[in-house]
Design a protein around this ligand. Sequence first.
Ligand SMILES: [Ca+2]
Ligand SMILES: [Ca+2]
Length: 179
Amino acid sequence: MKNGLIVVGATLASLALTIPAAYAGTVVVEDGADATASPHDIVAMKVKHKQDRLVVRTTHTDLRKHSDGGGSGTTIYIDSNKSRKGPELALTSGLESGTDYALVKVKKWKLTDRRVDCDYRFRINWAKDFTKLRLDRACFKSASTVRVSQKMVDSWDGSHPVTDWAPGKRAFSPWVVSD
Ligand SMILES: [Ca+2]
Ligand SMILES: [Ca+2]
């Protein structure tokens, strides 16, 4: 698993077609350096579905605590209901220091202003360049399988924002079964 981590997007996409439909416990999505115009380029997203919570740990190239231009943000979409198209929930947050975050309901990939009242926490580690979302399974009605998609938008140059998706635009990790 640790070998060959530097995989170009096209190769990764073709590999994705051959993987099983659902994984137990933990899935790692390698995204690679495909948005190098931003230091916040998503490199990898690890989805851990435990008995009591879901943990999404995302590694970026170089998270910056402060911006001398516009801000950056990330949105982690969670799909927990197979019978309803698209994700049901999203955690959205800035990536600089002093930012706020919220878990909201999602409709057709659009964030609503309806906050979800459950136990969750989002932390940013600028020194080690990762973020970590911990979400109580009650947040998604303890669905047995979930999958995750993540977007990063860097608006340092507001007229040319840089966007990165893991594993791809509106594409998800495999379904991850609770362990
Ligand atoms: Ca990337
Ligand atoms: Ca769904």
